[in-house]
Design a protein around this ligand. Structure first.
Ligand SMILES: [Zn+2]
Length: 432
């Protein structure tokens, strides 16, 4: 295969006029065509390797991914509040764990192939960087030499430098614009990791400094309060779920092959065995009658519920077990540095556990916001280290109240909270 220096990236692309014909949600198909023009034979090579599926399928203990969110803004509207960020982390955690409420909308015919991903996301840092850049231009005309919207990742170009991208999932939230004359909205893009069997060589980032996910501010957080939010496009924070899927190695479920079913002329799909074959993407809709490829006995319709389709965000509610295993293997074999490291785990968890009121006279509320867990143990210790009270939290709950503290003397105490094999110590005062 011809060596080339151009980057293949994936993106979600949504035209402003959803009723228009030939609407695409994503620019990655145009990018693939551009690469093919520049490097004849690329598509053939890509499709030949498309279903190699050589990574072993496994699941395992939950991998916690530290997330750094860069809010690069030129005005107050783009400077999304913390509530958008925590909402997006919550959406990532629920969707990847298959605990979001809309999983009940997955058609029962897919019951045997859908599953959770053993991955959770922990907010490690928020960076807010004002910029004078009037929108970061995503240019998928590769002949122009434009480097997409990656200026948002470079402080010298008006962006925010990545925080150790080999160890953190960096997500940049900004205004992504398209080149002059190009109508529409680009909602996000991401680079797959290098070396995957289902992506062509050269598909990944050119420099690890630009590794990560870029999301347009209108699509981030799913709170539906922005001018182009849910009321217009039905955005529910799933753009980020989709792009993180690319970041963890997934391709679009129809294989970006421009209308071919797997097996047609050597075309393949997404490299994942259990995603039903599809010849083309959904059109920002939720067409459950769509069944573009006949796979014979046991044929399933196109899986419009899949996060890696271009169906409407309200329609998307599932990854398959194959996609789940693939992403998990990417984390254990390729993106091996991307996990909450020993030593800062407690600090990272600590940001999600808050005690109030503090000081307290009788009851202490432990707020477990944004954590995925089943059991926790709360030990109240005095300053000698002696445990004076123990409470067991046997179900997942957002808040848990420890009562009966008024019988202890005024002073400083420690709430030692064991959760997911970590122990977080937080101090509080009893003051009656
Ligand atoms: Zn995509």
């Amino acid at each position: 295969m011809t060596k080339f220096t151009l980057l293949l990236i994936t993106s979600s692309f949504l035209l402003s006029n959803l009723s228009a014909q030939n609407t695409n949600k994503c620019g990655s198909h145009e990018i693939l065509k551009s690469i093919e023009q520049k490097n004849p034979g690329y598509s053939k090579e890509l499709n030949k390797i498309g279903n190699s599926n050589t990574l072993n399928k496994t699941r395992g203990s939950i991998i916690y991914i530290p997330v750094v969110v860069h809010v690069v803004y030129k005005n107050a509207t783009e400077n999304l509040s913390d509530s958008y960020i925590t909402a997006q982390i919550d959406i990532l955690n629920k969707t990847y764990a298959r605990k979001n409420a809309d999983t009940t909308n997955t058609r029962s015919i897919f019951n045997n192939i859908v599953g959770p991903v053993d991955v959770q996301f922990v907010l490690a840092q928020i960076k807010r960087v004002p910029t004078t850049v009037q929108g970061f231009t995503f240019d998928f005309d590769l002949f122009s030499g434009e480097n997409y919207a990656d200026d948002v990742k470079i402080s010298n170009n008006g962006g925010s430098d990545a925080v150790i991208p080999t160890k953190n999932l960096n997500i940049w939230v900004c205004d992504i614009t398209l080149p002059a004359g190009q109508a529409g909205e680009l909602l996000g893009y991401a680079y797959p990791p290098p070396g995957l069997p289902n992506w062509g060589a050269g598909s990944s980032y050119s420099s690890v400094a630009v590794d990560g996910v870029v999301i347009d501010y209108i699509a981030f957080g799913g709170l539906s309060k922005l001018p182009l939010g849910a009321s217009t496009y039905g955005l529910k924070g799933k753009t980020c779920v989709h792009e993180v899927g690319h970041y963890l190695g997934l391709r679009h479920i129809w294989g970006d092959d421009g209308g071919a079913c797997q097996g047609d002329f050597g075309f393949e799909d997404d490299g994942i065995t259990d995603t039903p074959h599809a010849d083309n993407e959904s059109n920002s809709d939720c067409n459950k009658t769509k069944n573009t490829c006949n796979q014979g006995t046991g044929d399933l319709p196109d899986m419009v519920e899949n996060y890696m389709d271009y169906s409407s965000e309200g329609c998307q509610n599932a990854f398959t077990k194959g996609q789940s295993s693939f992403m998990y293997n990417v984390l254990t074999n390729i993106r091996t540095g991307i996990r909450v490291p020993t030593g800062i785990e407690e600090n990272t968890y600590s940001t999600f556990i808050n005690l109030f009121p503090n000081p307290t006279s009788e009851s202490l509320v432990v707020n477990f916001s944004n954590l995925d867990y089943t059991n926790a143990v709360i030990e109240i210790k005095d300053m000698t280290g002696k445990t004076i009270k123990t409470a067991y939290v046997n179900e997942k709950t957002a808040i848990f109240t420890v009562d009966g503290l008024s019988k202890f003397p005024n002073g400083l105490y420690i709430a030692s909270i064991s959760i997911n094999n970590y122990k977080i110590n937080k101090s509080f005062l009893i003051n009656k």
